[in-house]
Design a protein around this ligand. Structure first.
Ligand SMILES: C[S@@+](CC[C@H](N)C(=O)[O-])C[C@H]1O[C@@H](n2cnc3c(N)ncnc32)[C@H](O)[C@@H]1O
Length: 280
């Protein structure tokens, strides 16, 4: 970010409330979070003891989906709502999968600390000709896509995997998620992929869990990112008419599980749904 004064002010302003990026970072074992985020996360954990496992489930799905589409030949990733870098970032998974080291990854988030830390991580671990981080808002699609085009590391005429992982539960229906997704799907070349997941409140195991998931939504109203849960039926529309890779839209642990997958024996208890669409 060119203007450090502006960046520091944005960071200071973002510290008056817990932020989804930093709460998630705490839950998946990262260290880029503050007391205000940790206190919030522990309040959530008291009500939903497995919240950390749900977050790790989202992160695990991301890794498996990136690995799968890399194996299918995708070399370009635009990761919107990329969050705070910890282990298993998209460029690391993609580079691990493709020994050609030909993957290009553009990380995008609107959380000022996420951007600052992504820049530090990339300076240490990445190739600046192939991996970059920028600040942009998913809710400003024209501006965001202009930035993608100008980034020079992504060729928007070629297939891209658009990653929007564990982000849609922060986009409420009155913010126009259908039009936003339609816009992004339209920008992509044939053969592109859409990696999507979000939290669901479908099939709670009992009345207490149903109420706990409602309470979670209430808690997030006090953060920088109010949240919304969706059922499979409500979420499936975000893929438009794109066919889905096998096994379709499922509870995330059922999507190509590996030996590290949490909830592999009981996917519906994970509270996370996900899938990957492919543009015809
Ligand atoms: C739960 S984290 C997910 C991080 C990462 N995608 C992953 O799956 O590991 C959600 C991320 O979405 C980002 N986010 C939420 N609303 C956004 C928006 N309107 N534009 C860009 N990023 C957004 C948050 O800042 C946060 O980093």
């Amino acid at each position: 970010m060119a203007d450090h004064g502006e960046a520091l002010k944005a960071i200071a302003d973002s510290l008056d409330r817990p932020s989804a990026a930093r709460i998630y970072d705490y839950f998946i074992g990262g260290d880029t979070n503050y007391a205000i985020d940790r206190e919030f996360a522990e309040k959530v954990r008291k009500r939903l003891p497995l919240m950390g496992e749900y977050c790790k489930t989202s992160r695990g799905f991301l890794g498996r989906a990136v690995r799968e589409v890399s194996q299918l030949g995708i070399t370009q990733f635009v990761d919107i709502g990329s969050g705070l870098p910890t282990a298993g970032n998209v460029h690391e998974v993609a580079d691990d999968t493709r020994e050609e080291y030909d993957t290009h990854v553009l990380y995008i988030d609107n959380e000022p600390i996420a951007l600052a830390h992504s820049e530090v991580l990339l300076a240490d671990t990445a190739d600046p000709d192939r991996h970059q981080a920028i600040a942009a808002d998913f809710l400003d699609p024209d501006e965001l896509w202009d930035e993608v085009r100008q980034s020079e590391i992504i060729d928007t005429d070629q297939p891209i995997a658009l990653v929007i992982n564990a982000v849609m539960h922060f986009i409420k229906d009155d913010q126009g998620p259908d039009a936003l997704l339609a816009f992004y799907r339209n920008q992509l070349a044939p053969g592109s992929m859409l990696i999507l997941s979000q939290m669901t409140n479908e099939n709670p195991v009992n009345e207490d869990e149903r109420q706990a998931l409602l309470d979670l939504i209430g808690y997030y109203e006090t953060t920088t990112n109010p949240a919304v849960m969706r059922s499979m039926a409500e979420f499936s529309r975000f893929f438009g008419d794109w066919p889905l890779l096998e096994p379709g839209l499922v509870y995330a642990p059922a999507w190509h599980p590996d030996e590290d997958t949490l909830f592999a024996a009981s996917p519906s208890e994970s509270r996370v749904i996900g899938g990957v669409g492919r543009k015809p």
